[in-house]
Design a protein around this ligand. Structure first.
Ligand SMILES: [Zn+2]
Length: 103
């Protein structure tokens, strides 16, 4: 078993556990009970993967969740300089061209 995450926010932990399980990664929460019983306790709830082979994929999933690479849309291409931009940008960071409605 390997710990992939520790958090004092049990709701976040439960959500991430769900994400991992949906991806077919077996994982368990530790210390959850204690963290809820004693909110100000110095320890945190932890999320562990049962299979060490799942450790890297689990971390990738968690990273994706914390820093989504695509936020609900395909990347678009600047009509002026051709730079490829993430859907979260409304303007080209390179040349300042606004995103065209059709892009
Ligand atoms: Zn541009």
């Amino acid at each position: 078993m390997k710990c992939v995450l520790s958090s004092s926010a049990s709701a976040e932990l439960a959500l991430l556990k769900n994400i991992l399980q949906n991806a077919g990664i077996r994982c368990i929460e530790l210390n959850e009970q204690m963290a809820q019983t004693i909110p100000l306790a110095p320890f945190q709830a932890e999320l562990w993967v049962e299979n060490e082979a799942d450790y890297a994929p689990a971390l990738a999933l968690l990273a994706e969740w914390h820093h989504p690479t695509h936020t609900g849309g395909p990347a678009w291409k600047c009509s002026q300089c051709g730079e490829t931009l993430g859907s979260q940008f409304s303007k080209c960071w390179k040349c300042g061209q606004r995103r065209a409605a059709s892009a």
